[in-house]
Write a protein that binds this ligand. Structure first.
Ligand code: FAD
Length: 445
């Protein structure tokens, strides 16, 4: 088969890899001037670093399996993480269960309740029984007290903004499952994975393997239309970097573009289109600061304070060696925002003016002179908002157009989006395409 893939994110590349290893001829079209999508990197201090902070959990099996298949399994390394939580004007260490008992921001009984609540959710095996309630409702009604008020409510509001009370409970359940799995290590301390050489190690090997089997990957080549004849996808129309229109006839097409841009590529029936447009996405705005000294001693800082204008502070070099980055301390300041939010529209300088005065809350000695370089990244389709009873509303991978498939982060469920799940989905789609062809596409009547 000749297969056209739209998007060279990790899902598109994983699908292209499997299809090419099975002897199919793939062409991947990527709009951006680089591969990797949300997991792509930029050079920082002489080494590649993800545009948005990235790490893995110990139960991220699909990505570990793929790395083994690629022969790069040994590149995955595990590091103990240090987690802090900023609330009530203070940073608290919240790395282990013991830290939770000492978490002075809330009364002792609420700390016990907070820990027991997480254990209770962690023991739930079937997420389906949680589907018709929101995470906010569960946390407010079944946890409540200061643990809800001081910890979970501000975290939910920080992460999901005005959608905070619409997120389905399976999202919270899946977060607890991954956190628990990663905590089974040394004395309950979380172990996080990061590949030697960054996520580029995986992306570059995927690219090399696809190309070695005569697969093509065209960057800076956005697909503008999917040509459909008698209800069947026939060709891709893309624009080359020098503005030329490219038309490629293919046997089948896999699109990995976000749901909000898929209807621009192809005419779709209203009910399927509604499933796509019913899911909102938050964008991410991520600032990376190269500092000449560390801001804190934590890798991951939860910010449970609505007065701080960013959601998280991730100090990459408190988990990975700063020597990899020319001795620089790397700090991400991150926010998830509506694409029409004023902060999303701010320039880098405006964002710094908004953010930097707050850094003294985490280290009173912080001074702007510590900043040696700033990198700014905006990612438009960063976080889908997944509400209640979503299993009944997920758009099918097999779209209403025969031989046209869709695989994007809104179709990952009940887990939250992540590289592991995009890889799992990409590989499942490769398998689906192959078996649909073997059954003469009878899945489309
Ligand atoms: C700030 C941030 C932090 C994250 N942290 C983690 C983490 O710690 N661990 C983790 O596992 N995951 C993390 N993720 C999530 C993870 O990066 C994504 O879930 C995953 O990379 C999504 O891969 P994808 O291939 O499904 O989608 P994408 O990466 O979005 O790929 C889609 C691709 O399609 C391309 N495209 C769009 N339109 C067109 C078109 N018309 N023609 C051609 N190409 C097109 C896009 O340019 C893009 O490359 C994070 C994400 C963000 C934003």
């Amino acid at each position: 088969m000749k297969i056209g893939i739209i998007g060279a994110g990790i899902a598109g590349l994983a699908a292209a890899y499997d299809l090419s290893t099975k002897g199919h001829k793939v062409t991947v079209y990527e709009a951006a001037p680089f591969i990797g999508g949300q997991a792509s990197t930029i050079p920082v201090g002489g080494a590649p670093l993800e545009r948005g902070y990235h790490h893995l959990f110990t139960n991220d099996k699909a990505i570990l399996d793929l790395m083994d298949d690629l022969g790069i399994g040994e590149a995955m390394k595990w590091y103990p993480s240090r987690v802090g939580t900023y609330t009530s004007g203070k940073v608290y260490k919240t790395t282990t269960a013991l830290d939770l008992l000492r978490f002075g921001a809330i009364p002792f009984l609420d700390r016990i309740k907070l820990g027991l609540f997480a254990l209770k959710v962690g023991r739930i095996k079937d997420w389906r029984c949680l589907e018709d309630e929101t995470a906010d409702y569960w946390l407010r009604e079944r946890l409540g007290g200061k643990a809800y008020e001081k910890v979970w409510a501000p975290l939910l509001k920080g992460k999901f903004g005005r959608y905070f009370d619409q997120i389905g409970m399976p999202w919270f359940w899946s977060k607890i499952q991954t956190r628990f799995a990663s905590r089974q290590g040394i004395r309950g301390r979380e172990m996080l994975g990061y590949p030697d050489g960054s996520f580029d190690t995986i992306l570059d090997k995927l690219e090399a393997d696809i190309r070695s089997r005569d697969g093509k990957i065209h960057i800076s080549t956005p697909v503008e239309k999917v040509e459909v004849v008698d209800g069947v996808a026939k060709a891709l129309i893309a624009k080359s970097p020098d503005g030329e229109v490219i038309r490629e006839e293919v046997d089948t097409i896999l699109s990995t573009v976000p749901s909000f841009s898929f209807p621009d590529l192809v005419e779709l029936p209203d009910d399927y289109k509604k499933r796509l447009t019913d899911v909102h996405y938050l964008a991410a705005v991520v600032v990376v600061l190269e500092l000449d000294q560390p801001l804190t001693s934590f890798y991951w800082m939860n910010i449970a304070d609505p007065d701080v204008p960013f959601l998280g502070l991730i100090e990459h070099t408190n988990m990975l060696p700063k020597e990899w980055y020319g001795g620089r301390n790397l700090l991400y300041l991150t926010n998830y925002l509506d694409r029409n939010d004023d902060v999303y529209k701010m320039s880098e300088a405006e964002l710094l003016d908004l953010y930097l005065p707050h850094l003294t809350k985490f280290n009173p000695k912080f001074d702007r002179s510590w900043i040696k370089k700033v990198h700014y990244n905006a990612l438009s389709a960063a976080q889908p908002i997944i509400g209640t009873n979503y299993s009944k509303a997920i758009p099918d991978h097999r779209t209403p157009v025969k031989k046209l498939y869709l695989a994007n982060t809104t179709q990952i469920y009940p887990e939250d989006r992540g590289t592991n799940y995009s890889i799992r989905m990409g590989r499942e789609l490769a398998q689906m395409i192959i078996s649909d062809e073997q059954q003469s596409w009878s899945n489309w009547k």
